[in-house]
Design a protein around this ligand. Structure first.
Ligand SMILES: [Zn+2]
Length: 77
């Protein structure tokens, strides 16, 4: 029985890992598409350039920090 529990946990962890890296791949793919469209580094919300500092930290960022914060606030509600 103890084995069963561990197995389930391992599967859960594997699943979480796979979905996380899947999302990251999706974001990277999106970023590459925006580089091709020459819209990379521009906020998809307000069209303002995303700061180099932010792009260094999050290379696949789609929004400037202001819009991202606003989105996070909306999500939290
Ligand atoms: Zn913005």
């Amino acid at each position: 029985m103890a084995d069963l529990g561990t197995d389930a946990m391992e599967r859960e962890k594997a699943f979480l890992f796979a979905s996380k890296s899947g999302r990251l791949l999706y974001h990277i793919d999106e970023a590459l598409r925006r580089i091709r469209n020459k819209t990379y580094g521009k906020c998809v919300e307000c069209g303002e350039p995303i700061s180099a500092e932010r792009l260094n930290a999050v290379p696949h960022a789609r929004m400037c920090i202001k819009c991202k914060e606003a989105e996070e606030l909306k999500k939290a509600k």
